[in-house]
Ligand binder design. Structure first.
Ligand SMILES: [Ca+2]
Ligand SMILES: [Ca+2]
Ligand SMILES: [Ca+2]
Length: 262
């Protein structure tokens, strides 16, 4: 028995014989509800995904910063001074005798790494001039070791705070490297502005992308006593002779280093 409808003889015939097979489409209301539910599910999944991606980027950048910190120490062991920043964007440090431009980008060509962070942006690098110039034992040693830019008594001039105008985290730091994070350097955050104003005061504090002032920068620095300890271990700085002042490895009282003349 065939359907009387010529335009759908086969399929209509089957439905007419088996009414329970008759199909009905979704109403507009049902479709709207389904779309809303899918949207909610997708929205719920996408927020954690972006958070997860930022965490991966931060972890990657943090690992790179640790390697860069190690590379700076290695550079000091080989060259007797810290690298001077790159100030013209070619990845090579810009230095004459002195390291007069102490803030710039990390010299990624000379150091062999550290061109960009995980967000494709350059790192900010600041160094203490006394630790990066080509003058032996700048500032304190009476008879500095030839070829060494700094001595045990040399003082660095970088300070790290826990917020703009906040408490000290570290002082007399020879060099510091900053990734400005996913948001780069927001003008609305005093704490982030402190890391991009090219002076010797920088901020390292807990991450926050919601509560003001926001802060997503990643910061590592060269610890003065680790630097000097490595130089001592390598025999590059001699701890107890007058050449390097009389202050042992206490970098923080280096003001007395001038007494080495006496
Ligand atoms: Ca350069
Ligand atoms: Ca930032
Ligand atoms: Ca600053």
């Amino acid at each position: 028995m065939f359907s009387t409808k010529p335009w759908c003889r086969l399929s209509c015939n089957r439905v007419e014989q088996h009414p329970h097979l008759r199909q009905r489409g979704f109403s507009l209301l049902e479709m709207a509800i389904v779309l809303v539910v899918i949207g909610l599910l997708l929205g719920g999944a996408l927020v954690p995904l972006s958070v997860q991606m930022e965490k991966q980027d931060r972890d990657e950048t943090r690992r790179l910063l640790i390697d860069m910190q190690e590379a700076v120490l290695g550079y000091a062991l080989v060259n007797g001074r810290l690298p001077c920043p790159d100030t013209d964007g070619d990845g090579q440090m810009d230095i004459s005798t002195s390291c007069s431009n102490v803030t710039g980008q990390f010299p990624w060509v000379d150091l062999g790494l550290g061109k960009d962070d995980a967000w494709g942006r350059p790192f900010t690098y600041r160094v203490s001039a006394n630790f990066a110039d080509t003058t032996d034992g700048t500032g304190c040693a009476a008879s500095p070791t030839a070829g060494l830019s700094f001595s045990l008594c040399s003082l660095a001039d970088i300070t790290v705070l826990d917020g703009a105008g906040g408490n000290l985290v570290a002082s007399t730091i020879p060099a510091i490297i900053v990734s400005h994070g996913k948001n780069w350097a927001t003008s609305s955050s005093n704490d982030e502005a402190e890391n991009s104003d090219a002076d010797g005061v920088l901020v390292d504090r807990v991450y926050s992308n919601s509560a003001a002032p926001t802060f997503d920068d990643l910061v590592v620095w060269v610890v003065p006593n680790i630097l000097k300890s490595k130089m001592l271990s390598a025999g590059l700085i001699v701890g107890n002779n007058g050449n390097n002042g009389n202050n042992g490895n206490n970098g923080n009282n280096g003001n007395n280093g001038n007494n080495g003349n006496n």
